[in-house]
Design a protein around this ligand. Structure first.
Ligand code: SF4
Length: 188
């Protein structure tokens, strides 16, 4: 029997669920807040605000109930996104809840708040994949895109830590006039 890789398995499962018009994968926005200020961000400055003026977010209980319903519908995977999801204090609680319901978890994050402790926690919770935005190999250009000095180093470190922990990393680069020369370099 041919050995099934996770990629092949999810591809076949995805085909079958599509054929049966069943729920396969869900993108779940957990928050609006963000610690970065990317030039191309589709959220407004007010939406991304942290602190007292931040936009209301769903509670842990509300999210847990939605996850329960997704699992009940036979959903296979949930991709958590924001804003910056690592700003939520209950992020690990939410991931643990999704895992308890048997959902595969992918995280979409800037990676700027991922440190050793975070990677350890993700590993414990069985997160297999993180999708990060990586704007440029050039530090200065990267920090210009996020409008936060030091963001390149933090995100680069996060990529190294995740890979060292055998967590799959996907890098995405949105092309702008600022980083157009960098897109190829990120993919090399
Ligand atoms: S990391 Fe995402 S949410 Fe945050 S500023 Fe950049 S594009 Fe917007």
């Amino acid at each position: 029997m041919k050995e099934a890789t996770l990629k092949n398995f999810t591809k076949r499962l995805s085909q079958r669920t599509c054929e049966g018009r069943k729920l396969f994968s869900v993108m779940f926005e957990l928050n609006w807040r963000c610690n970065l200020d990317c030039l191309f961000c589709y959220l407004t400055y007010a939406e991304r605000a942290t602190g007292p003026s931040q936009k209301p977010e769903m509670t842990t209980e509300q999210i847990s109930e939605i996850l329960r319903q997704l699992a009940e519908e036979g959903c296979y995977r949930v991709a958590f996104t924001g804003g910056e999801i690592f700003l939520r204090k209950d992020l690990y609680e939410i991931i643990a809840c999704a895992r308890r319901f048997g959902l595969e978890v992918t995280l979409l994050t800037s990676g700027s708040l991922i440190d050793e402790a975070a990677v350890q926690k993700l590993k414990e919770l069985g997160v297999r994949r993180c999708s990060l935005s990586f704007h440029a190999m050039d530090e200065e250009i990267f920090d210009q895109v996020t409008q936060r000095k030091g963001s390149y180093r933090k995100v680069r470190r996060a990529v190294e830590l995740l890979l060292a922990a055998n967590i799959e990393v996907e890098l995405k680069t949105l092309g702008t006039t600022l980083n157009k020369e960098e897109i190829i370099k990120v993919n090399e």
